[in-house]
Ligand binder design. Structure first.
Ligand SMILES: C[C@H]1O[C@H](OP(=O)(O)OP(=O)(O)OC[C@H]2O[C@@H](n3cnc4c(=O)[nH]c(N)nc43)[C@H](O)[C@@H]2O)[C@@H](O)[C@@H](O)C1=O
Length: 333
C-alpha cells in the first residue's frame, strides 16, 4: 500500500487528510513542529485506534526551516506522496509577522522542493496554495489562469510558493501540483478564523456563556466550503496521470454577514443584537471578490463541493454546542 508524508498533519486539513488516507490503507508519516504545547487534539480519534498509531501512522518532529531533519525524514519514510500543508495560515497575523510568514510559507516550500530535486525516488508533491494569491483580481470567479495580484503578506508568500511549485514542475520535471484552495471550514477550524469565531460565539451566547462578539470588517465576501471535502480533492490531484494546478472552491461567495445570519439562525438568535465591530480585528489591506471557478476540478477530478451555507454553519454550530455542553458537564461533576 502507498505511503504518504504530510507537513502540517496536526492542523484542520492535515487531520482530515490523515483520516482519509488511513481509510484508504495508506501508511502515513506526519511532520510536527516542536513546541512547548503539543497540539495534537485533532488526531485523537486515530491515536485511539490500536492498529493505527505507530503501526500505520508515525509522527516526526521537525521545523520547516530544519533542512537536515526534513531530508532525513524523507529518506527514511520514502513516501509515494508528499502533502505540504504546513505554514503560517492566518492572513490577519501575517501583517504582524510578515517575516515569519514568508519564512515558513514561502521559503519552507522552496526548501522542500530543493530537497525533492535531489532525491532518487521523488514523491508526488502537493502544495496547498490559496485564493489569497489573487488578492484583488480583475476577473471573478478566478480560475487556474487568473493572474496573481496578492495584497497581504500571506498572499504574497503563497504566490511565491505557488510559482516555485510550477517552476519545479515545468523546469525540473517534478510531479508537483498546487491545490488553489478557497476558504474551507469545519468544527476543527482554529478559533481565530472568522467562521469558527462566529459559530463558537453563537453557541456560547445561546447557552448564556458569552454576551457579545467582537469582529473586524463585515464587508468581506468569501467562498466557504467544507474542509473534509477539500482534502478529497487534494488526494484526487495526486492520482492524476499528470501534475497540474486546480482551483478547489464551491463557486459561490457569501458575506461575513451571511455567515453570521446562518450561525445565529441555527440557535434562534438575531446576530445584530450581539455583534460589535472592533478596529483591532480590521486588516490594513484585504482581498476582494474572491470566488473560485472549480470547473477544472469538476471535469478532471470529478470533484464538486457539496456542503455550503447554511448547512456548513449548522454543522459547526452544532459541534460547538456539543463541545460546550460536554465541558460544562465535566465542570459540574
Ligand atoms: C483561503 C484563505 O482562507 C483563510 O483566510 P481568510 O479569508 O483571511 O479567513 P478569515 O476567516 O481569517 O477571514 C475571513 C474574512 O473575515 C473577516 N473578519 C471579520 N472579523 C474577523 C475576525 O474577528 N477575525 C478574522 N480572522 N477575520 C475576520 C476578515 O477580514 C476576512 O474578510 C485562511 O485559511 C488562509 O490560510 C487562506 O488561505
Amino acid at each position: 500500500m502507498p505511503t504518504a508524508l504530510i507537513t502540517g498533519i496536526t492542523g484542520q486539513d492535515g487531520s482530515y487528510l490523515t483520516e482519509l488516507l488511513i481509510s484508504k490503507g495508506y501508511t502515513v508519516h506526519g511532520i510536527v513542529r516542536r513546541s512547548s504545547i503539543t497540539a495534537r487534539g485533532r488526531l485523537d480519534q486515530l491515536f485511539h485506534q490500536e492498529d493505527v498509531y505507530n503501526k500505520r501512522l508515525f509522527l516526526h518532529y521537525a521545523d520547516l526551516s530544519d533542512v537536515t531533519t526534513i531530508r532525513r525524514i524523507l529518506l527514511k519514510s520514502t513516501p509515494d506522496e508528499l502533502y505540504h500543508l504546513a505554514g503560517q495560515s492566518h492572513v490577519g497575523a501575517s501583517f504582524e509577522i510578515p517575516e515569519t510568514t514568508c519564512e515558513f510559507t514561502a521559503m519552507g516550500t522552496l526548501r522542500l522542493l530543493e530537497i525533492l530535486r535531489d532525491l532518487d525516488k521523488q514523491p508526488k508533491f502537493l502544495h496547498i496554495s490559496s485564493s489569497e494569491i489573487f488578492g484583488r483580481p480583475d476577473q471573478s470567479p478566478q480560475n487556474e489562469t487568473t493572474p496573481m495580484r496578492p495584497v497581504t503578506p500571506y498572499g504574497i508568500a503563497k504566490a511565491f510558493a505557488t510559482q516555485m511549485v510550477t517552476l519545479y514542475r515545468e523546469s525540473f520535471g517534478l510531479f508537483a501540483c498546487n491545490a488553489i484552495c478557497y476558504n474551507h471550514e469545519s468544527p476543527r477550524r482554529g478559533e481565530s478564523f472568522v467562521t469558527r469565531k462566529i459559530t463558537r460565539a453563537a453557541a456560547a451566547i445561546s447557552m448564556g456563556l458569552q454576551k457579545t462578539l467582537l469582529l473586524g470588517s463585515l464587508d468581506g465576501r468569501r467562498d466557504w466550503g467544507y474542509a473534509p471535502e477539500y482534502v478529497e480533492a487534494m488526494w484526487r490531484m495526486l492520482q492524476q496521470p499528470a501534475a497540474d494546478d486546480f482551483v478547489v472552491a464551491t463557486g459561490t461567495a457569501h458575506s461575513v454577514k451571511d455567515f453570521l445570519a446562518a450561525s445565529f439562525d441555527a440557535v434562534g438568535l438575531n446576530w445584530e443584537e450581539f455583534v460589535t465591530q472592533d478596529p483591532r480585528y480590521m486588516r490594513p489591506s484585504e482581498g476582494t471578490h474572491l470566488v473560485g471557478d472549480p470547473s477544472r476540478a469538476s471535469e478532471s477530478l470529478q470533484w464538486t463541493a457539496e456542503t455550503q451555507l447554511p448547512r456548513l454553519a449548522e454543522i459547526m454550530v452544532q459541534s460547538d454546542l456539543d463541545a460546550l455542553a460536554a465541558s460544562r458537564q465535566r465542570a459540574e461533576t
